[in-house]
Write a protein that binds this ligand. Structure first.
Ligand code: 2AM
Length: 176
């Protein structure tokens, strides 16, 4: 019997940066602003795949393994609030070409493999708060962390015991 899993490609935040972000977040937002994403769940989605069969997952992993791209760095100097999905996010004012190229490639491979891709333009972001549907006082600036990406990963989204967790399934290096 074949089963499907809910998958996405993403950049992993290094542990130290996850900790810095959650410490800052606790000061920067009131508890009413939204529901904080757990430190271990902080990531930057490159391509959302939805529910994927085992066969399609194997094909997508093979395609991902053929990607040869240099790593890149980005300054996390942007913040925003999308009231409709109820998301407060951390991002960058100047997305490096590397992140746009990698996302474009993964998204076009996903589309060609039959995974629906949103027509909305890719906006690289790290979701900080969810259920943020009311107006939120967004701080004027971030500490301006630098995030260096030297790999990307395929994640499974698992909902168990009332919470969502993201499990890395496989990781591929970005060349130096
Ligand atoms: P979000 O953080 O902006 O909600 C796992 O759910 C990841 O995939 C999250 O980063 C989420 O983005 C993204 N995601 C979930 N559903 C999506 C969809 N339908 N289209 C694009 N991205 C989605």
């Amino acid at each position: 019997m074949s089963s499907s899993r809910r998958l996405f490609f993403a950049l992993t935040l290094p542990d130290a940066l996850q900790q810095q972000v959650i410490r800052w977040r606790a000061e920067a937002f009131t508890p009413e602003a939204g529901r904080p994403v757990a430190a271990a769940n902080l990531h930057l989605t490159l391509a959302f795949l939805g529910d994927v069969s085992a066969q399609k997952e194997t094909a997508l992993k093979k395609l991902a393994g053929r990607i040869s791209q240099p790593g890149f760095s980005m300054v996390l100097d942007d913040l925003g609030h999308w009231p409709r999905p109820g998301v407060v996010w951390l991002g960058t004012r100047r997305a490096p070409r590397g992140v746009l190229q990698l996302a474009e490639l993964l998204r076009s491979q996903a589309a060609r493999s039959g995974c629906y891709q949103s027509p909305m333009p890719f906006h690289p972001h790290i979701t900080l708060l969810r259920s943020a549907t009311q107006p939120v006082a967004v701080p004027p600036a971030t500490p301006g962390w630098t995030f260096s990406a030297d790999a990307f990963a395929l994640y499974q989204s698992v909902f168990e015991n009332g919470r969502t967790r993201y499990h890395p399934l496989e990781q591929w290096p970005l060349a130096h």
